[in-house]
Unconditional design. Structure first.
Length: 393
């Protein structure tokens, strides 16, 4: 007999299969004949199988069968209603505890002392996120790049420190260089004259309103009041009186030119793909290197020998950002002077802005006027308003 031909049914059915019920006055058939094709000539022949055994006892009910199976329990309607009510009460109590706990947690967080413009538990979370991000950061991990045809004009978002027109006498001030022999100190009389022309109260920072797009309702007023109380002067900082090396736009354009098409991501949620052109920050540092800790030549592959941070400000200090050194020497961090094939316009940060695709847009400072290498953690405009200082993604 071939292996795929039907076989006769076993004489004794499985004992663990429950019997099928039938009326007691119905006699079971002795056998069932089913036509099957003949394997030799194709003519049908009958294969006889035994009929399944059925139970003649009509007093056996499904409930009795279920009781005999392990894991089944037959409940009365009264017992079912009792258990449902008990579960409903328990669920309501758990829901009440969850709501009360959430509300109490929110109230507790809202009454904590501020730390850098935000309650200290949130600031701790920001710092934990920064530490984890910095540990996982790698210069070999690049942001996605796109074809030039995908580039679009980004929003002219944020005008803090942006000049209405390009200053023909613009120069970039550098501090913390390895070679400061060419450094100049700003004329004291000129600095005092500038300070007298602009009242200190007007130089702290642009005033926020309740409708400011990033400060949120009432947040800007509180941040401004805190800044005034602390006496911070972001416009006229101590760096205004530090010796600095002055670099012209012609010197920057003479450095190796780099182009890239990356995505500018705003912390508000929108993004644009932009074609940038300028000089990589790491190439800029090779020309104007920072002072290393062991006085050896600049080597970006030895970040532990470099200053911890890079500080950048607009010429008048209205806007300022801080960068960790690893992000500053990332191969896609660009000092940009062209966008989408054209020179920068004032609203987009002319004459020089930062394009750093591993950070959110709040770090892409426009109209750069000062760069300083330092081991002290630099101040950051939006971090003072309660945002994450690191601002990486």
């Amino acid at each position: 007999m071939e292996g795929n031909e039907p076989t006769l049914a076993e004489e004794n059915p499985r004992e663990d299969v429950p019997p099928r019920l039938r009326p007691s006055n119905e006699s079971p058939p002795d056998s069932v004949s089913t036509p099957r094709p003949n394997a030799d000539d194709g003519t049908p022949h009958a294969v006889t199988t035994e009929a399944p055994i059925v139970l003649a006892d009509a007093h056996v009910t499904p409930a009795k069968l279920l009781r005999s199976e392990p894991g089944f329990e037959i409940l009365s309607d009264t017992e079912v209603d009792r258990r449902i009510r008990r579960l409903s009460r328990r669920s309501f109590l758990w829901a009440a505890v969850a709501v009360a706990g959430t509300w109490g947690g929110i109230r507790w967080l809202g009454t904590r002392r501020p730390d850098g413009g935000v309650q200290w538990p949130f600031r701790l979370l920001f710092r934990a996120n920064e530490n984890l991000s910095r540990d996982l950061f790698s210069g070999a991990r690049l942001a996605p790049v796109f074809p030039r045809s995908a580039a679009t004009m980004p929003r002219a978002n944020g005008d803090y420190g942006v000049a209405p027109e390009v200053d023909s006498d613009w120069q970039l001030r550098l501090m913390g260089l390895a070679d400061m022999s060419a450094a100049e100190v700003p004329d004291a009389g000129e600095a005092n004259s500038s300070a007298e022309e602009t009242p200190a109260s007007d130089k702290k920072r642009p005033a926020f309103t309740s409708g400011d797009k990033k400060s949120g309702p009432g947040k800007g007023d509180a941040a401004e009041a805190q800044a005034n109380e602390e006496g911070s002067d972001s416009t006229s900082s101590s760096s205004d009186h530090e010796p600095a090396v002055f670099v012209t736009m012609e010197q920057i354009r003479a450095l190796p030119r780099t182009e890239m098409v990356t995505e500018l991501k705003c912390i508000e949620g929108w993004s644009n793909i932009v074609h940038w052109a300028g000089v990589r920050m790491v190439d800029f540092m090779r020309k104007f290197p920072p002072a290393t800790k062991d006085q050896s030549p600049f080597d970006p592959s030895r970040p532990g020998n470099l200053p911890e941070y890079v500080s950048m400000e607009t010429p008048e200090g209205d806007y300022y950002v801080g960068l960790d050194m690893a992000s500053a020497v990332h191969p896609q961090t660009l000092l940009c002077y062209e966008m989408n094939g054209k020179p920068l316009t004032p609203e987009h940060g002319a004459p020089l802005r930062l394009a750093i695709p591993v950070k959110y847009g709040i770090k892409n400072i426009k109209n750069i006027g000062k760069i300083k290498y330092t081991d002290d953690r630099p101040k950051d405009f939006w971090a003072e308003q309660g945002y994450d200082w690191y601002a990486g993604h």
